[in-house]
Design a protein around this ligand. Sequence first.
Ligand SMILES: *Cc1c(COP(=O)(O)O)cnc(C)c1O
Length: 365
Amino acid sequence: MSLPFIDLKTQYRHLKGEIDARMQAVLDHGQFIMGPEVLELEEKLAEYVGVRHAIGVCDGTAALQIALMAIGLAPGDEVITTPFTFIATGEVVALLGGKPVFVDIDPDTYNLDPALIEAAITPRTRAIMPVSLYGQCADFDTINAIAQKHGLAVIEDGAQSFGATRHGRRSGALSTIGCTSFFPSKPLGCYGDGGAIFTDDDALAARMRQLRVHGQDTRYHHPLTGMNGRLDTLQAAVLLAKLPSFPEEVEARARIGARYSAYLEEVARVPRLAEGNTHVYAQYTLEVDDRTRVQQALQAAGIPTAVHYPIPLHRQPAFAHLGLEEGAFPVAESASRRVLSLPMHPFLDAATQDTVIAAVRQALA
Ligand SMILES: *Cc1c(COP(=O)(O)O)cnc(C)c1O
């Protein structure tokens, strides 16, 4: 017996009619690049997130890169971010010649610890890039206040938090620019790569729309050095078919996450929700002692697990040139040794979840 870590097939069975019809419409009209679905999706995403502008892009990494290009990140500029994230967050800074400046995380939320940010600000700092890890927003109230005081942009890496809220405002609408990913396994996923950028700033939005199409303003005229960052029309069609039921999926995610916690809080450290936050549980992640043994016991019981993430960014070979030793960010390092993600998706039924819960409790007994 083996159950899925993320179940995309059940979702497809539920939405097959809408998804097939939306994709067929694209095959029929044939506008595969920047077809009408892209604009329609952008309008619906902007409304859902609660911002003036949503810009569809080819993936979450491109969203982050275009956001940094739009604020004019130049070689040598510094961006304050978390070491406890997927590589893309730090990678885009380095790719543009910038320097990621890591700051340790809060042990409860795994997000940037705002109390440590000011000490990391230098005359070269241009932006703060918090990640809303696992599907819970970072402390944007405090981070935005620090950014405002020092004249910095705030760019949310909301690749895992689409649909989450902080004090009633949605992820993507909490900072100068918000970025998300529609990679298939993210809370809102397409059937390939996709992403989006959100902002209330008209000038930044216009710039990011140009950067997405090779810095072009009118056909074959390029005021900026941009990139090919467009979202495929077919992926926009898939997202349009999935968006109407997304709020229900967000509710299901919260319910399933809370149910895991109710049955597992005695045996492991379960996710903690900061005041004012909702959680979309892109990952449902525990902390356990002796992770390797627990993971092996669960594998033997047919329960797939994952580790998000086993090596913090400052210990990645790609960032060795930063010269950051083990011990530089103790909270992130401890989390990287202890976190373990369980099967999580909005179609996880109670009986299947009970199987996972029983196996986890037995593995930790
Ligand atoms: C998935 C992810 C990304 C990258 O998104 P892609 O669409 O795969 O490029 C960036 N940051 C975080 C935190 C992610 O989880």
